[in-house]
Design a protein. Structure first.
Length: 244
């Protein structure tokens, strides 16, 4: 089996490390990739082809792992060359998922829950023919939500509403605590109710949010667009905070 990646950041790099099997070959391309991405490719056990068109033509499963803003364009550009499964793992809205389905056959909507570079990520899936990805359960925890395309994307958005809003509050409150020279006491007091490891997890969440604020802002924009008829007071405030 050949699994191709369009995009080779932390998600692709981690999946290659976790899915260890002599019968699986990973494919990607360094076409128009950044220096960091090329380094990720060079440090992974993956076959490098000249173009992403070549990757799509030669794989059984094509996994798209890019930014939300690029997901549709990538699908339109390369999905037509694929005869196998197209697995989208981008943090996109259901609107984008359904738009991608117009250009891609055999689309499966996926969501990685948990840290994307963890040793035990959980993969949520929705769409038809999910049994074709059952082999992944040998390497990852799989949750098949339904055969309804878009359900995994909806879950991603709902989860992001919570996690990114919490991150924005943590950034704001911890900064004020630091300004008051009470940062350690602030985290210690929260540890009493949130658990002993809360401080480390909170600091990790804050740093991760700051380091990937552009991508997270894109995800919040997707949420606001899709749930436009809902009360999104906190989500909109979180987006404003990230943009600062």
């Amino acid at each position: 089996m050949k699994i191709g990646f369009i995009g080779f950041g932390k998600v692709a790099k981690n999946l290659v490390n976790l899915i260890k099997c002599d019968n699986i070959t990973f494919l990607t391309s360094a076409q128009n990739r950044s220096k960091t991405t090329i380094e990720n490719i060079e440090n992974s056990e993956v076959m490098v082809l000249n173009t992403f068109k070549d990757v799509a033509l030669n794989c059984d499963i094509l996994i798209s792992v890019n930014s939300p803003n690029q997901a549709l364009n990538i699908a339109v550009k390369y999905g037509k060359y694929l005869n196998g499964i197209y697995l989208d793992l981008n943090n996109i809205s259901p609107k984008t998922t359904f738009e991608i389905s117009k250009y891609v056959d055999n689309l499966i909507d996926g969501a990685i829950i948990g840290k994307i570079d963890s040793s035990n990520p959980i993969l949520y899936l929705s769409g038809k023919d999910l049994e074709k990805l059952d082999f992944l359960s040998d390497f990852l925890e799989l949750h098949k939500i339904s055969e309804k395309l878009g359900d995994a994307s909806k879950l991603k958005l709902l989860r992001s509403m919570y996690t990114k809003s919490v991150s924005a509050i943590l950034i704001e409150s911890s900064q004020i605590a630091k300004n008051l020279d009470l940062e350690d006491e602030f985290f210690d007091s929260l540890t009493l109710t949130e658990g002993k490891d809360f401080k480390n997890r909170a600091i990790s969440r804050i740093n991760n949010t700051k380091n990937s604020k552009k991508r997270k802002a894109e995800e919040l924009t997707q949420i606001i667009d899709y749930f436009e008829k809902e009360d999104l007071t906190m989500v909109k405030a979180s987006l404003k905070k990230l943009n600062q």
